[in-house]
Structures are given as C-alpha cells and as structure tokens.
Design a protein around this ligand. Structure first.
Ligand SMILES: O=C(CO)COP(=O)(O)O
Length: 261
C-alpha cells in the first residue's frame, strides 16, 4: 500500500481581510518547523482578496505552506461578471481550489454537474481540486449517508483523466458537523471515507484509489484530530473555524506528536 502524505487545510471561509491574513500566515510560519511542514502538507485557503498577500508572505519567507482558493469559475475567461478564472489563481501561485463546498452547494445552488465542470476547470488551469462531498442531517438520520456521498463522488469525478484522479483531494464533510461543534465520530468518518476509497478501487482501480487523499471536515480541533487521523482511510482534515486561530491550527498540523505523546 502506498503511504499518503497527510494534508491539513484551513478553509478560512469569508473571514480575515488581507492584513489579518498576513498576520495569521506569519504566526503559522513562526510556529511550524520545516520538519513539521515536511511531514504534514499544510494548506491555507483564504478569501480571493487575500491571495496576493499570502503569495508574498509565503514567497518572501520561502515557507513550505501551500495555499489555494475557495472556489473557481467553471469558465476559462470572458464575460462572467464576478467570477474568478483558474488561470488567475494559478498565476498567484495557488496549488489548490476548494470545489463543491456544502456552503456553495446550499447557498449558491451548486449542482453536481457544475461541480464536475469546476473540477475540470481547476485541473485545466493547473490547480488541484479539494473536492467536497457530504450528507445533510436528514440523510444521515435515514442512514443513507454512504449512498448519498458516493453519488456525489461519481458525479464530481465524471470524465476526469487517470492522472487527474491520482492528484485530487476529496474532502468528506458531513453538513451536520460543520460549524456545529458536533464532530462525526472517528468510526463515522472512516465509514464514509472507506466507502469512498472502495468506490475509487471499483471504478478506477487500486493504483488510483491508493494515492487519492481523503480528508475529513466538520468541527475538527486540536482535541479530536489525532483520533480522526488514526482512521485508515482518513488522510487529512479540512478545518474551518479552528483554522482561524494560529495556535489551534498549529496544534492540528502537529497531530503526529499528539499520537506519540
Ligand atoms: O466546512 C468546514 C471546512 O471546509 C468545516 O468547518 P468547521 O471546522 O468550522 O466545522
């Protein structure tokens, strides 16, 4: 089996202006050693307007922190007022783009088809999608979470090439656990992340499925990261609220040390 490098990403959502972004990245850089950043891929996902600043801080300090955007247009360019093209994000040094976050599915009516188009647009621009899936509370209560998430996975990955599938990051974020303080149990997270990997094996073969990194997201904190990361099919976390606090996020990135303690 391949060893997948853990990936911890901080989704700042619509928080922190570019001055605040500068400060937070500086704090992360001051607390995380080169070894820690080598062991755990660390990503920040600020609002679009912070990206130029984040690019500068990271380039100036030669920091091994990666960054990305929270969305991308499905279009390459043109008359799409308010949209941001993947090529612009790539020019700013972004490595990743969050695609299909539940907040965009819910508040912007993003469909599986649109999300699939955005996954393709991200790759076309040289960005790696952090492709989000997850069930709402009604679906969880009816016990249909696996079926629901696998349908989202199938639709979002439709038509992607093998080398793209090998790079994509899939984030499983149960909607009922986002911002609620109600974390899924490690077993809940493993059930769905394991089912996602089994589906990847079935559709694309073990060589693809073995290298795809699957994150869990939903009320991840320093206090619960180690148990979540101990699950065999969880390769990282997509962190919301706790990523806005430098000390807390640093502690999450340093999860391998929690296990050793
Ligand atoms: O939506 C999330 C990350 O994308 C999770 O948010 P919280 O960590 O605030 O629950």
């Amino acid at each position: 089996m391949t060893t997948r490098k853990p990936i911890i990403a901080g989704n700042w959502k619509m928080n922190l202006n570019h001055f605040e972004a500068n400060l937070l990245v500086q704090k992360l850089a001051a607390s995380l050693t080169a070894e820690q950043l080598e062991a755990v891929e660390t990503v920040v996902l600020p609002p679009f307007t912070d990206l130029r600043t984040v690019e500068s801080v990271i380039a100036d300090g030669k920091l091994k922190i990666k960054y990305g955007a929270q969305d991308v247009s499905p279009h390459a360019g043109g008359a799409y007022t308010g949209e941001i093209a993947g090529a612009f994000l790539a020019k700013l040094g972004c490595s990743y783009a969050v695609i299909g976050h539940s907040e965009r599915r819910e508040y912007h009516n993003e469909s599986d088809e649109l999300i699939n188009a955005k996954n393709k647009a991200a790759f076309a621009a040289g960005l790696v999608p952090i492709f989000c899936v997850g069930e709402g509370l009604d679906i969880r209560e009816a016990g249909n979470q696996v079926e629901h998430v696998l349908a989202q996975v199938d639709a979002g990955l439709e038509g992607l090439k093998t080398e793209q599938l090998q790079q994509i990051v899939i984030a499983y974020e149960p909607v009922w656990a986002i911002g609620t303080g109600k974390t899924a149990t490690p077993d809940d997270a493993q059930e769905v992340c394991g089912a996602i990997r089994a589906r990847l094996v079935e559709k694309f073969g073990a060589e693809v499925a073995d290298v795809v990194r699957i994150q869990y997201g939903g009320s991840v904190k320093a206090a619960n990261i180690a148990q979540i990361m101990a699950q065999p099919d969880v390769d990282g976390a997509l962190v919301g609220g706790a990523s806005l606090d430098a000390e807390e996020f640093v502690s999450i990135v340093r999860f391998p040390e929690h296990v050793a303690r």
